[in-house]
Structures are given as structure tokens and as C-alpha cells.
Design a protein around this ligand. Structure first.
Ligand code: G4P
Length: 529
């Protein structure tokens, strides 16, 4: 197949949701429809079960599973589909944010009864800011939930989206009878069948079909007709360009568990979702069809086997063809590396491949060369943008508890930070190390992994920090900047890139400092431009 065709047939996306909305179930059903698995139940959930926060074996088990489910690829109607896994647990939100830099579109799953939840809001906000095309899937229609129009309102208001339904439910919960598919202009009647197998649906072409009247009854039919009138009157027509530009989000209804509405979603998705898109670097925009290979690291999985310091760096290919055993430039380290066994992902297996195309993800075995955000190219010195660090929510001093193992501790901290588990800040005043995380769970993970993978012991000490702000001043010699650095010396630190960070101890002090030093800009992500 030609290079251009290979690019055009790829669809790389992520599914995002609040935990328990049905992301894992939907992923599994997409694989089922894609023919990648024969029976549902093959893909394990990688979510951290509630109440398992201190169960380290559980964390280890989950890490094992999440390597397997990091990328799930399958072919469907001649399209190559790559689903990138995004952890739903809020303590791993940063992992999800980084994965969102490697997707070309997303599907947002919402529970019909719970509506828009906290984690959905945060993740959708990131997608909205990045103008990532989104399709919304409202799940669990087999259960009693909110009224469809109320839900559409809620999605618009809480998520700041402009929606247009491409399917509409007929009834709900006990009364769920099916959906009207506005995209393909037909009606699917819900028949609860074997949940593990592809659903059999009865399709009607027209609202006037006598069979339909009999199937759902006069009352439901009238209600459906009224709803469709309202949909037509209230929501804009679907416009693919608007969707691709991130200005319009189509909505589907269904039940992933019952395989209902999943195929409709998939059929529409492969037609409207974008193939691999161009991406910005510090120098220029790179197009997927450029001949020269380039890609970036968005995820690192480390030390699954503590006996081998083995890491798998996940690279999203942006342009050109990635070839096995070919030397590529590691731009940050300015050195050439080649890879004898790059892994590609298919369904829930990985296998060594000779070639991969834009949109694909390859897993490269790494002995410590990569960190998140690194760029790999055929030779051009460019750096992909767009993997910012967000201000952590929790901060603690990390102390060495075994003086004989200082080297191991430092190495462990260094590698875990490269992997993106947490962020490290070193205080300017005394060189003490501060770990910042998104969730409290990470502190336990770090302590456990330092001990088991590096043989190092650490303790933590509380530190009162409200937020980390990255500091910028146009003129480094500005008297205000000098004053700021002197007065706030105690609160200043450097991140791993050597950027200056202000660790504000309260919202109030942050606000006062911002007001006092107007020549300085305060950023809540490490990406300042
Ligand atoms: P997540 O990855 O977003 O966290 O959600 P997951 O797919 O694990 O689904 C969460 C729960 O919701 C699961 O039940 C799952 O079976 C259920 N579910 C998913 N889709 C539907 C649906 O369309 N209808 C109904 N009624 N339920 C659905 P669980 O009891 O927590 O887990 P399990 O024991 O069934 O795996």
C-alpha cells in the first residue's frame, strides 16, 4: 500500500471519561466489532479499584495490565484504528493529559444517570483548549437516567461544547426501545442479547414503517417524532469541518455493555474522525506525509521486571516511516540511536515490526535515554511542542532514609521523574528536593518503587505549598525581578529543566505576589508560550 494511503487509513484516538462511565467496556466492544477479539472480557480494566490505594500488589498488577492496554490497535473496514489508553483515576490525570498530546481525536463517554462528572470536565477542558475533535457517547441507556435533552444541555453547559445529536434514544432504562440514527437515517431496535457477542439489531428505514409502529408502539413513536422535530429545531446540522476544528461535537447514545449503539458509533467515527494531523515543533509545523521520519515520546513504562532495568518508551509517529534498525537522532541528547526490536501493538498483543506509519505508536526498549516529551527524527533538529507539566496538587520533601543508598535514591528519583510519575523541584536556598504529584497515591507508588526497583528508602516531610508557578520575566535584569528573587528566595525552586518555579504557600500569597510584581508572568503549566 502506498505511503499516503497508509496515513489516510489511520485513526488514532483516546477514550476519556470519569471512572465507571464505561470506558473499558466501550473499548472492549470496539475491539469486538473490529474483529480483534472474539469474545468480550479479553481486555482487562486497568483502573485502580476503589479502596485499593495502599495495595501495592494491586498497583503492580495494574501496571502490568496497563502496558498491555496502552495501545490497542485493530483494522475495521480497511481503517487502522489505534486506541490509546487513558487512565481514568484522577491521581493519574497527568498521564492522561500527556496521552492526549498523541491522539488525533477523542470519544468522551458519559454515564446517562450520572451525567457530566468531575474528571470528564477536566479532561474535556484540555481537549477543548487543544481543539481536539470530540465525539460524545452517552452510555448505559439500558438504565434509568436523565432525560436526553437535559443531558445534552448539561454537556453544553458544563463542558462548554456545542453539541449535535447524531442518534437519539427511544425510551430509556426498562423502557429502552432503541435509537434513531440521524447519521445513517435509520432506526435500530434494541434486542437484549448475549452481552459477549455482537448485537443483532432490527433496522427500519423510515419512521412510517408499519413494523416500527408495532415494535415500539404508537405512544413511543409519537414521542420520537416530537423529539426529532425538536432536535432539528434546536441543534445545528452536523458539519464535519466544524467537528474537525473542535467547534462541534456529535453525540451518540447507546449501551456499551449490551453492544447497543457501538457499531453506529464506530461506523460514523471511521468516516468523520481525522487521520494523523500535522504537529507543531519549535521550528516549524511537520506534516504526516513528509518523507523524513519524526515522532515524540508521550509515555514511558519502566521496570516491569525489576531484575532488568527495562523501559518501554512509547513514540507517536508524526511523519515518515519508522524503520527497524535505522539510526535516528535523539534530538535532546544529540546522538543517534537505532532500535532492533521496536514493538507495535495489535489488539492486546505487542509484536516486533519492521515499519510503522504516521499515527502509529511504537514501543522502544530503552535503557534510560528517553524522557517524556523527547523528539526522535531522521536528522532534523526539531523539538515537538505540547507536553506541558501542570502544577501538582500535593507537595512533600523527600528525604533519604538510608545514607548508604544515596546514589540509588537519586537515580531512582531521576528515572521516575523522567517517566512522568511526579515532578521534582529543587529549592534554590538549600538544594532540598520537593516532590509534587497530582494525587496522594503517587507518594506511595514512588516510595514502593524506589525500594523495590532501586533498593532505596525514602521518607516524606510535609510542606505547605498551594501551587507551583513557572516564572517568566521578559527582562531578567528588571529591578522587580531582582526584588522578587530576593524577597521570595525561600519559595523559589528549579524544575527538572532548570526553569524557575515559585512554590506559593497559599492562594492569597500567590495573588498578592502577582499583584505586586506586574513585570513578572506566573504560569500554571511549564509551557509558557
Ligand atoms: P470505566 O472503564 O470507565 O471505569 O468503566 P467500565 O467499563 O469498567 O464500566 C463500569 C461499570 O459500568 C461496569 O460494571 C460495567 O459493566 C458497567 N457498564 C458499562 N457499560 C454499561 C452499560 O451500557 N449498561 C450498564 N447497565 N452497565 C454498564 P461493574 O459492576 O463496576 O463492573 P463489572 O463487574 O461488570 O466489570
Amino acid at each position: 500500500m502506498e505511503f499516503l494511503q497508509e496515513i489516510q487509513r489511520r485513526r488514532t484516538f483516546g477514550i476519556i471519561s470519569h471512572p465507571d462511565a464505561g470506558k473499558t467496556t466501550l473499548t472492549e466492544k470496539l475491539l469486538l466489532y473490529g474483529g480483534a477479539i472474539q469474545e468480550a472480557g479479553a481486555v482487562k480494566s486497568n483502573k485502580i479499584k476503589k479502596g485499593a490505594t495502599s495495595d501495592f500488589m494491586e498497583i503492580e498488577r495494574q501496571r502490568g495490565i496497563s502496558v498491555a492496554t496502552s495501545v490497542l490497535a485493530f483494522n475495521y473496514q480497511n481503517k487502522k484504528i489505534n486506541i490509546l489508553d487513558t487512565p481514568g483515576h484522577k491521581d493519574f490525570a497527568e498521564d492522561t493529559f500527556r496521552t492526549l498530546t498523541a491522539v488525533d481525536s477523542v470519544i468522551v463517554v458519559i454515564d446517562v444517570a450520572k451525567g457530566v462528572e468531575e474528571q470528564t470536565e477536566k479532561l474535556v477542558e484540555v481537549c477543548r483548549m487543544r481543539k481536539i475533535p470530540m465525539i460524545v457517547f452517552i452510555n448505559k441507556l439500558d438504565r434509568e437516567g436523565k432525560d436526553a435533552f437535559d443531558l445534552l444541555d448539561e454537556v453544553e453547559q458544563k463542558l462548554g461544547l456545542q453539541v449535535t445529536p447524531l442518534s437519539f434514544p427511544i425510551g430509556m432504562g426498562y423502557n429502552f426501545k432503541g435509537i434513531y440514527n440521524l447519521w445513517s437515517q435509520n432506526i435500530q431496535i434494541f434486542e437484549p442479547t448475549d452481552k459477549q457477542k455482537i448485537a443483532q439489531t432490527i433496522a427500519y428505514e423510515s419512521l412510517e414503517d408499519e413494523g416500527l409502529r408495532q415494535a415500539i408502539g404508537e405512544e413511543s413513536l409519537t414521542e420520537l417524532k416530537e423529539s426529532l422535530e425538536l432536535v432539528k429545531g434546536v441543534y445545528p446540522n452536523f458539519d464535519q469541518n466544524q467537528y474537525l476544528e473542535g467547534n462541534l461535537q456529535p453525540v451518540f447514545f447507546g449501551s456499551a455493555l449490551n453492544n447497543f449503539g457501538v457499531q453506529e458509533l464506530l461506523d460514523c467515527f471511521i468516516e468523520i474522525a481525522p487521520p494523523p494531523l500535522p504537529k507543531s515543533t519549535d521550528k516549524r509545523i511537520i506534516k504526516p506525509d513528509e518523507a523524513a521520519f519524526s515522532g515524540f515520546v508521550f509515555k514511558i513504562h519502566a521496570n516491569m521486571d525489576p531484575k532488568h532495568r527495562d523501559r518501554l518508551a512509547f513514540i507517536k509517529i508524526v511523519s515518515g516511516i519508522f524503520k527497524r534498525n535505522t539510526p535516528y537522532l535523539h534530538v535532546r541528547q544529540k546522538k543517534k540511536l537505532k532500535f532492533s526490536s521496536p514493538n507495535a501493538f495489535f489488539a492486546e498483543k505487542k509484536q516486533v515490526v519492521d515499519e510503522s506509519f504516521p499515527g502509529d505508536i511504537v514501543g522502544l526498549h530503552d535503557t534510560g535515554n528517553f524522557k517524556i516529551g523527547d523528539t526522535l527524527t531522521s536528522g532534523e533538529e526539531i523539538q515537538y511542542k505540547g507536553i506541558p507539566s501542570f502544577s501538582p496538587e500535593h507537595f512533600r520533601f523527600i528525604n533519604n532514609a538510608d545514607p548508604m543508598k544515596a546514589k540509588q535514591l537519586n537515580k531512582g528519583i531521576d528515572q521516575l521523574m523522567d517517566e512522568g510519575v511526579a515532578q521534582l523541584f529543587v529549592l534554590n536556598l538549600n538544594g532540598r528536593k520537593v516532590i509534587g504529584t497530582v494525587g496522594a497515591l503517587q507518594f506511595e507508588v514512588i516510595q514502593y518503587r524506589l525500594l523495590h526497583e532501586y533498593g532505596a528508602k525514602c521518607t516524606y516531610e510535609n510542606l505547605n505549598v498551594h501551587k507551583a508557578c513557572w516564572i517568566m520575566c521578559e527582562n531578567p535584569e528588571h529591578p522587580e525581578f531582582e526584588d522578587f528573587k530576593r524577597v521570595k528566595q525561600k519559595f523559589l525552586a528549579q524544575d527538572k529543566q532548570g526553569q524557575l518555579v515559585f512554590l506559593a504557600d497559599s492562594a492569597f500569597s500567590l495573588q498578592m505576589t502577582q499583584q505586586k510584581y506586574s513585570a513578572i508572568s506566573f504560569h500554571f503549566t511549564s509551557e509558557m508560550n
